[in-house]
Design a binder for this molecule. Structure first.
Ligand SMILES: Cc1ncc(COP(=O)(O)O)c(C=O)c1O
Length: 368
């Protein structure tokens, strides 16, 4: 199998809604202008990551979830991708099966393949993963874990309902199948907050929630975390990688910690979500006005993406060269799934471009 995976890069002649990254104009350079490194983090640090940072992060998370967490339940990573990589290393063996949602984040598919893992897809509906199907597939495949994106899912924008989350966590507890929840969009909501992070729901269930500052502050920080019970974190904090190199991202943690502590991070997040809320509304209006009845989509209430289906069943991969000629682009559905049913979908990101560009992209898409 060949993988077309890398994050897309912008080109001057194209408004490419396939780019799933923050708008460079929204990266908060000003927050780091006065930053200086706390010299105490220059030595090898503790395996789970800088303790003062974990304390500040726990405090921040506790304002956003019903059940409190603590520094012992957090481990620092260099982002979500790094977290998934370490989880693959420590929770699976090459040849194992991992269950994923259908569709799922295309680079996660490649990460699993890099580890010699076979991904088996579980269907979703508007409430998230189908729990009965998941239970049957756990029984059938005895997977190493189930990888899910429960909040503002990439690519569909779907958020798992609170009821579905409760069912999922109890299934994990009953079967012992670990759940790895990639929650990079959990705190990017433009209406009511989503239900709480999966790892915060039940400490006794084998659940790891992955968070990242890539979409909340800046991807170049390469900073994220894993939340889980002290027990489930042991294979990760006990890895030779951390025994040799110490905890991850100590310097970056020391740059971000003051922003968490003094509220500047929260202020940034308020500004960011205001911009994204308007961009989402603009893309929805542009698609409705210019593509109308030709596509169907559900409006998400957070995250980065709209997942739109062409009602004529067209293969979006085949449409891409024409879209590029028209000066636009998207991520074709087939990248996110092996099922043929997803091939007529396209993932459109509303985070990267401003409102005028989003409207112009819809005009260009309408000429397809
Ligand atoms: C679901 C999902 N996971 C992980 C990532 C990458 O996160 P990070 O930059 O923290 O590695 C992305 C970014 O596009 C994503 O959408």
């Amino acid at each position: 199998m060949t993988w077309q995976t890398a994050q897309l890069m912008p080109t001057a002649d194209r408004i490419d809604l396939g780019i799933g990254q923050p708008d460079p104009a929204l990266l908060p350079a000003d927050l780091f202008e006065q930053s200086c490194v706390d010299a105490s983090v220059l030595a090898y640090g503790t395996e789970a990551g800088d303790e003062r940072f974990r304390y500040a992060l726990a405090h921040w998370l506790n304002q956003r979830q019903a059940r409190p967490t603590s520094p012992e339940h957090l481990m620092i990573t260099t982002g979500s991708s790094n977290a998934l990589d370490m989880i693959c290393t420590r929770f699976s063996q090459p040849g194992d099966t991992v269950l994923v949602e259908d569709p799922t984040y295309f680079i996660a598919r490649k990460q699993l393949a890099d580890h010699g893992l076979t991904a088996v897809a579980v269907p979703m509906d508007q409430g998230g993963v189908d729990i009965l199907e998941l239970a049957a597939l756990i029984e059938q495949h005895k997977p190493a874990f189930f990888y899910t994106i429960p909040t503002f899912h990439n690519p569909t924008g779907i958020t798992q309902s609170a009821e579905r989350r409760a069912q999922l966590v109890s299934l994990a507890r009953d079967t012992g199948c670990p759940v790895v929840a990639d929650e990079v969009y959990q705190y990017l909501h433009y209406a009511e907050p989503p239900p709480d992070s999966l790892a915060s729901l039940d400490e006794r269930a084998p659940v790891l929630s992955i968070g990242s500052f890539a979409k909340l502050l800046a991807p170049g920080l390469r900073l994220g975390w894993i939340q889980g019970s002290s027990e489930i974190l042991v294979p990760l904090t006990g890895s030779a990688l951390l025994a040799s190199g110490g905890g991850l991202a100590p310097v970056t943690s020391s740059l971000v910690r003051p922003l968490l502590e003094d509220g500047r991070f929260d202020q940034h997040l308020v500004r960011l979500t205001e911009v994204y809320r308007r961009r989402l509304a603009t893309l929805v209006a542009g698609l409705t006005d210019h593509l109308g009845e030709r596509i169907r989509f559900t409006v998400p209430t957070g995250g980065y993406f709209i997942w739109a289906n062409w009602l004529n069943g067209a293969d979006t991969e085949a449409m891409l060269p024409q879209a590029h000629q028209l000066g636009t682009g998207f991520q074709p559905g087939g990248k996110f799934s092996a099922s043929p049913g997803q091939a007529s979908a396209m993932r459109l990101c509303f985070a990267f471009y401003d409102e005028a560009q989003l409207t112009e992209a819809c005009v260009r898409l309408s000429k397809l």
